[in-house]
Design a protein around this ligand. Structure first.
Ligand code: ATP
Ligand code: MG
Length: 359
């Protein structure tokens, strides 16, 4: 069972699709490493999925369950970590409101990650009013658990910085913490919210199979953890190597995204260094050969994940996942409610506490 004496970690994923290799190297590896030392909370940001696709509710529900299967398949262990369903943690929605008042509107809209998403996802100026709210909501996702660390990919660093700003502003405004205090002292000086720290993964931004944008669930450029060996072969096989060349012509590995994958997924560094050298010289090394090595390495990583995932794919698998979600969310609500009432007390809103019951 989660151990509340340990410092906490909070991170999560939006159920807008299944998990991909970018999630793995950007955040999941860190989550797996932190599970023993920290009290980890992993959030299914299903409310945020509605900010870009309110009409695709059936998909959001299916993806919520699939993402938990991906987590379990990777080794996230619900007996050590807490799996949290955002829409059943009312404290998060309530904190979002209070935090929205602590952030200037233009500060939110200038957030570079939001701007990139508006561009990359083709949201233009027709995105919903709720879309930028997710950035404020994410501050509440995190701070509801008062974590020490937030393991994420590079694109989230701007969001975490905003979350740190909200935490500071709250503590200064409502808890009389000195505005010049050091971040690490906010909690001991009486702040409700410790200032959380970002932890970026081994690869902060894995490029997609398009060789251009970051690998993303919504950009059709992802290799999913649940892809079959055939799908992996097809996706990597179709990657544009950044140049056209013959095996005996010199090439530039540095502009070939397949080499990015080679660096990240082939464990033998000397072997990859040799591949690069041969590619550079035109030493009888075709793009197909490089891809074949990368395909093998990716499949080697995914094979045990596929095997574990299969345990949840049969009859009863979804029910098992739903039980895990319910148990985790009940435990998460204890922490989030405690935080909410600490915050409300500080804001002069302490008129007695409710109890949440979940049938
Ligand atoms: P969406 O397209 O819906 O935004 P996404 O693929 O960007 O999906 P998120 O749920 O937004 O995935 O991100 C979950 C976590 O995975 C975040 O911590 C994010 O930084 C990290 N992450 C996502 N894509 C990558 C990537 N290509 N490289 C490294 N980390 C990534
Ligand atoms: Mg994203």
């Amino acid at each position: 069972m989660p151990n509340s004496a340990k410092p906490r970690v909070l991170t999560g994923d939006t159920p807008t699709g299944r998990l991909h290799l970018g999630h793995y190297v950007g955040s999941i590896e860190n989550r797996l490493r932190l599970q023993d030392q920290y009290d980890c909370f992993f959030l299914l940001a299903n409310m945020h999925a509605f900010t870009t696709r309110p009409d695709r509710h059936a998909e959001i529900r299916a993806d919520t369950i699939e993402i938990v299967k991906d987590w379990l398949a990777c080794g996230i262990d619900p007996s050590r970590s807490t799996i949290v369903l955002q829409t059943e943690v009312p404290a998060i929605a309530e904190l979002t409101w209070y935090f929205a008042m602590l952030l200037p509107f233009n500060r939110v809209m200038r957030n570079p990650t939001l701007k990139d998403e508006i561009k990359d996802k083709g949201l233009g100026d027709t995105h919903s009013f709720g879309f930028p709210m997710y950035a404020v909501g994410q501050c509440a996702d995190i701070l509801a658990f008062r974590p020490r660390w937030v393991p994420v990919g590079e694109d989230q660093v701007a969001h975490i910085e905003m979350c740190r700003e909200v935490a500071r502003r709250f503590d200064i405004t409502y808890c009389s913490v000195d505005s010049k205090a050091d971040d690490q002292d906010f909690a001991t000086l009486g702040g409700v919210f410790p200032i959380p720290e970002v932890m970026v993964g081994r690869v902060g931004r894995l490029i997609g199979t398009d060789g251009k944008q970051k690998m993303s669930k919504s950009l059709n450029n992802a290799i999913f953890l649940s892809d079959t060996p055939r799908q992996v072969k097809k996706k990597i096989g179709a990657m544009y190597p950044g140049q056209s060349r013959d095996p005996d012509q010199p090439g530039d590995p540095d502009i070939n995204p397949v080499f990015d994958y080679a660096d990240i997924f082939i464990k033998d560094e000397a072997f990859v260094a040799d591949l690069r050298e041969r590619y550079r010289k035109g030493d009888n090394l075709g793009d197909g050969h490089v891809k074949a090595f990368v395909i093998d390495a990716v499949n080697e990583l995914l094979d045990p994940i596929r095997a574990k995932r299969a345990e949840y794919e049969g009859p009863g698998g979804d029910d098992t996942v739903i039980d895990i979600i319910r148990t985790g969310t009940a435990a998460a609500n204890e922490v989030a409610e405690e935080t909410l009432y600490m915050a409300k007390d500080a804001m002069g809103l302490g008129f007695g506490e409710r109890t949440l019951e979940w049938e």
